[in-house]
Design a protein around this ligand. Structure first.
Ligand code: NAP
Length: 248
């Protein structure tokens, strides 16, 4: 029976994991919620780099490795490609396209935290939707700025920062309320390409607010790349990894 290892951590990987029979394995880094209602096996935590992952592929007799991790989780994607080569196991990747700026949008790309701080200088009330990284800089907020941060979990703010704990999907009207109530004058975001977090971009467009976008990391080439889940599921069916499942 052909067996696959699915590296996950995003909505689409969980949707695929829900369709996997019991002999397949779904792997998570272990920093978010761990689903307890899946038919397939679930494992959590790192493998110990590319070599550790290659050893796991051999030990568990994995026939196909699927990298369906977040587009900014570049380390595990690199490890997956390297491990696949080391273990002589094919690697497929689900890589959703980034969002595209529309005609009237004012998007400015930044490359790292230092670059972001330079871009932020003209603004007073940024909204960060970058995950946990801004939390490490709460004692470095310039005098003229008040930061609003949104992360997965609630975290204490300070006199010049509010931290909101919230997980998507986010509704357009709620994003409107958030940006208006905090008088946000610039949005800071990754370009995840996820529809669950896209409404904030619509609100920035409506309010004429610039968006500072973190450049996407380079990801390694793999045997096959898919931009959407249905095409990946179809190919898994064709190759006998999914029997009789329905695309959702
Ligand atoms: P990363 O920097 O690429 O990976 C760091 C290390 O975490 C990897 O080297 C690996 O450890 C372990 N790891 C990552 N994903 C794993 C998985 N699915 N199964 C087992 N081990 C895994 O990743 P990250 O940016 O910290 O993200 C961690 C996880 O959160 C990813 O799985 C990603 O899909 C998810 N996520 C990330 C973001 C984001 O913005 N980065 C957003 C939403 C969800 P070893 O080297 O020891 O194997």
């Amino acid at each position: 029976m052909s067996r696959l290892l699915l590296l996950g951590g995003i909505t689409e990987s969980l949707a695929l994991a829900r369709q996997l029979p019991a002999h397949h394995i779904y792997s998570l880094a272990g920093i978010g919620r761990i689903p307890t209602d899946l038919t397939c096996q679930v494992r959590t935590g790192g493998f110990g780099g590319a070599e550790g992952l290659a050893a796991y592929l051999r030990t568990e007799n994995i026939d196909l490795l699927i990298d369906a991790t977040h587009p900014y989780a570049a380390q595990i994607s690199q490890n997956a490609a390297t491990a696949a080569t080391l273990a002589n196991t094919p690697c497929w990747a689900l890589r959703r396209p980034g969002w595209q700026a529309q005609a009237a949008d004012d998007w400015r790309e930044f490359t790292d935290w230092t670059d972001l701080i330079k871009h932020l200088q003209p603004f007073k009330r940024p909204l960060f939707t970058l995950g946990r990284e801004p939390l490490e800089h709460l004692d470095e907020i310039p005098e003229q700025q008040f930061w609003t941060l949104r992360a997965f979990d609630v975290y204490p703010g300070n006199a010049r920062a509010e931290v909101i704990g919230a997980r998507g999907p986010f509704r357009l009207e709620d994003e409107r309320e958030l940006l208006r109530s905090r008088a946000i004058d610039v949005l800071v975001s990754k370009n995840s390409g996820s529809s669950a977090t896209e409404p904030k971009l619509q609100v920035a467009r409506e309010l004429g607010i610039p968006v500072l976008i973190l450049a996407r990391p380079e990801l390694p080439p793999v045997a096959r790349q898919f931009t959407a889940l249905p095409a990946l599921i179809e190919s898994l069916r064709e190759h006998g990894f999914l029997a009789g499942s329905q695309v959702q």
